[in-house]
Design a protein. Structure first.
Ligand code: ADP
Ligand code: ASP
Ligand code: MG
Length: 410
């Protein structure tokens, strides 16, 4: 008998029938002798709907009120699931993030979890009840309701697992695991049985939204093994865990694409110390995550700086860049929302320089122009035009033979 945290995503609790199916599975787990803590997302596309509604109502949307709004979606699912569990004779109690004692910082819409007090969850379990916790939310140090950023229910699950010393964390979703590419874009993508935290981090950071990036960071830092699996077939999925030193590592494990970023270019910036520091410090002060940065070779003492940021942060980033334009001496500040990132990821890449050439050749053969390049020891990514992102993903998947069982580094 163990303690297991089970997280169910939006599609998994998308309608009444799905909620009943989830309740059946929770009941089965409890009857099998395990203790369960459940985390739920909002039903289906509820969160998208709430965000649209806010846009329709007002151009001014204070973060505090946005969080009050978006966190309501998860409350609906938690209450309904508890009712379905009650019908099955499984005592359960729902808790908002705040009631569960999930304490965060004060950055609305992308708050970070600082601590999980969890007293009420422990009390509920002592009374033999299954705690059902609303994902994606907490309460800030200044006692306001906060949300954890899109996909944040994954982070709630990992945090609850860590603070409860749980070994097993199951992330139930609408695909049967983590695949070599998004199976909706590349139908021949293969399910991976096992993946290291590092590889999963790179996948999540470059558009593979099957797990939220923060949740993987948390899982890696605190060694919480994750099992990503289907709430439709319940078959074994993908285990994300520490890299196994003994295991041979595939050269390339997965390819990803991402159209959620925008590019900003400052042209004709003075090429002197302190310029980049001033710009990126100002962006950091607004809690904006900058991803790829490229600075061109200087001509006549000036240079161009391009960087990518989430599209959601474009307006705030342009405000920052426009405000700094005189100080930086930039000729122009230009936004580009038509970019996409395609990336190849694999722990075995570290030792195989040929991978880079193969990626560039594959894109060149398709006539796809590369606008920016960024690398990590286990990832290579290229910014391309958004309209060719899916084509790029498909050709890269084929070029690295990911539809076949993995080639291993030798
Ligand atoms: P949930 O609502 O359960 O959190 P998400 O929509 O956030 O589900 O994540 C699951 C989706 O992630 C899948 O439907 C799939 O289209 C997408 N996805 C992107 N990349 C991958 C990948 N490499 N493997 C599996 N799924 C992926
Ligand atoms: N409902 C939230 C979202 O759609 C959180 C989640 O599903 O993980 O982003
Ligand atoms: Mg998700």
């Amino acid at each position: 008998m163990g303690l297991v945290v089970q997280k169910y995503g939006g599609t998994s609790v998308g309608d009444a029938e799905r909620i009943r199916a989830v309740a059946d599975h929770v009941a089965r787990t409890v009857r099998g002798g395990d203790e369960v803590v459940v985390v739920v997302s909002a039903m289906g596309k509820t969160t998208d709907g709430l965000l649209r509604l806010a846009e329709d109502v007002s151009s001014v949307r204070p973060g505090r009120e946005m969080d009050m709004l978006v966190t309501s979606g998860e409350r609906i699912s938690m209450a309904l699931l508890c009712m379905a569990l009650a019908e099955r004779g499984v005592p359960a109690a729902s808790f908002t993030g705040s009631q569960a004692g999930i304490i965060t910082d004060t950055i609305h819409q992308k708050a970070r979890i600082i601590e999980v007090k969890g007293d009420r969850i422990r009390e509920a379990m002592k009374e033999g009840k299954v705690p059902v916790v609303a994902g994606f939310q907490g309460v800030s140090l200044s006692r306001d309701i906060t949300s954890l950023g899109r996909g944040g229910s994954d982070t709630t699950a990992v945090a609850l697992a860590f603070f409860n010393d749980t070994a097993t964390t199951e992330i139930y979703t609408d695909v049967s695991g983590v695949f070599t590419a998004d199976p909706r874009i590349v139908p021949s993508a293969r399910k991976l049985a096992r993946l290291s935290f590092e590889e999963m981090l790179e996948i999540a950071a470059t558009g593979g939204r099957v797990l939220a990036l923060r949740s993987v960071e948390f899982a890696r830092n605190y060694k919480v093994t994750l099992h990503v699996r289907s709430s439709f077939t319940w078959e074994p999925g993908t285990v994300v865990t520490e890299e196994d030193e003994m295991m041979e590592q595939p050269l390339v494990s997965a390819v990803t694409s991402d159209t959620s970023a925008a590019k900003i270019t400052l042209t004709g910036v003075a090429d002197r110390p302190g310029i980049a520091a001033a710009l990126f410090k100002a962006l950091a002060d607004r809690a904006i995550n900058v991803d790829v940065i490229v600075q061109n070779v200087s001509h006549d003492g000036t240079t161009d700086i391009s960087f990518t940021i989430p599209k959601d942060d474009l307006a705030a980033s342009m405000e920052v860049a426009d405000a700094l334009q005189p100080e930086l001496g930039a000729r122009s500040v230009v936004a580009d929302v038509g970019v996409a990132q395609v990336a190849i990821i694999g722990a075995g890449m570290k030792t195989h320089p040929g991978v880079t050439a193969r990626m560039f050749e594959t894109l060149a053969a398709e006539g796809i122009n590369i606008e920016m390049i960024s690398t990590s020891p286990i990832r290579l990514s290229c910014m391309v035009r958004a309209e060719v992102a899916e084509q790029a993903l498909q050709v890269l998947h084929r070029a690295f033979e990911l539809d076949r069982p993995p080639a291993t580094a030798t």
